[in-house]
Design a protein around this ligand. Structure first.
Ligand code: SF4
Length: 355
């Protein structure tokens, strides 16, 4: 292996990124695999892919910068909330920083295939990504290299262009054949990036509109973006209020609650709790995890009452007219309350709907 030349690869663990790294390994390069993380795309598949190649994985959180791009994407958004061109450029930028920090000569690579995604991988988009990253001459795309311009790594003889590929378009057959040739397991289709998911994108846009006045540019914190994946949303504060333009603070502080839909949601919400959050438990019977996250203002009576109603409404209590709900202020006191079971009409109207 050539350990003098460093090759930092944007690595999702998907088949194309696996193959791009494997092709370089064939040429005596030991790639450094970099998985970018955020609440929108977990690193699980990248971890499995790195393990399959027998290589370590470097994980880099890109949420703060990605959030700024979602709010203000220089090259626009895709179909939902995905700023793909700027996002890819940012990944290359950050991979380039890692290369600089290594102090060694080298290049960057990815598993992108020209034409595979009509919007973000057409020839112009790929050129824009490379230019925008500020590392154009360093970026090698091993799967499509032969139909793209020469890069520094090829010019300097670090990699042999003749052994790179000329793939283009949406077909997957050549990749499947190559995986079989290398004895690689084809990863299952991953969940993908939530910014491309219409349902999650609507929720996240809603969250952006709830920015408390005076909140920093880095709002919302990653854990609120994580919470949004995990349940039904409710707010006692006029859910049908006129939306504010994206990124602008709402005129009133809006408090909200999230109700886990199943055990996995409940566990994930519990793991995300921090001081100042409030959690509601139905006592004496199984029930959902109901959380009112700390949004910087004291929790209001209306929010507390709604949280109690929801803990009972979604709980598995007997048909008794009353139940007990414990309210834990994380980092503070716990209190217990008798709560009258309310009619769906009393709380359903507070559900935030995203149709
Ligand atoms: S799909 Fe998501 S992770 Fe991929 S480039 Fe687009 S915004 Fe970034």
């Amino acid at each position: 292996m050539n350990k003098t030349i460093r090759a930092f690869g944007i690595f999702s663990g998907g088949l194309d990124s696996l193959l791009s790294a494997r092709i370089l390994m064939d040429q005596g390069i030991e790639p450094t695999l970099v998985a970018f993380t955020s609440p929108f795309f977990p690193p699980d598949q990248a971890r499995a892919g790195a393990a399959q190649l027998g290589l370590p994985l470097t994980e880099v959180d890109m949420y703060p910068e990605l959030l700024a791009l979602i709010k203000n994407p220089p090259h626009g958004l895709g179909r939902n909330l995905n700023p793909c061109i700027d996002c890819h450029a940012l990944m290359f930028q950050k991979a380039g920083q890692l290369l600089d920090e290594s102090g060694q000569p080298g290049f960057l690579f990815s598993g992108e295939v020209q034409g595979q995604r009509p919007m973000s991988q057409n020839p112009n988009a790929l050129k824009t990504v490379a230019k925008q990253s500020g590392r154009r001459e360093l970026i090698l795309r091993p799967l499509s290299a032969k139909i793209m311009s020469l890069t520094e790594a090829e010019e300097k003889g670090w990699v042999d262009r003749e052994k790179l590929l000329n793939l283009s378009g949406r077909g997957r057959r050549p990749q499947m054949d190559l995986a079989a040739h290398y004895g690689l397991k084809v990863p299952p289709p991953a969940g993908g990036c939530l910014l491309t998911d219409v349902g999650y994108a609507k929720r996240f846009k809603w969250l952006l509109r709830q920015a408390p006045a005076g909140s920093p540019s880095g709002w919302p914190p990653a854990r609120l973006a994580e919470m949004l994946k995990r349940g039904r949303l409710f707010t006692p504060n006029a859910p049908a209020a006129t939306p504010q333009p994206q990124g602008q603070a709402s005129p009133e502080p809006v408090q909200w609650l999230i109700v886990g839909r199943n055990q996995a949601d409940n566990q994930a919400l519990t793991a995300l709790l921090r001081d100042g959050d409030t959690i509601f438990h139905l006592e004496g019977a199984p029930g959902p995890t109901v959380v009112a996250p700390n949004l910087g203002s004291p929790i209001e009576t209306a929010t507390l009452n709604l949280g109690r109603d929801l803990a009972v409404a979604y709980g598995d209590h007997a048909s008794a007219p009353e139940a007990r709900v414990r309210i834990d202020a994380i980092g503070g006191p716990s209190t217990e309350h008798k709560t009258t079971a309310s009619k769906p009409a009393d709380w359903e109207k507070f559900m935030v709907k995203f149709d």
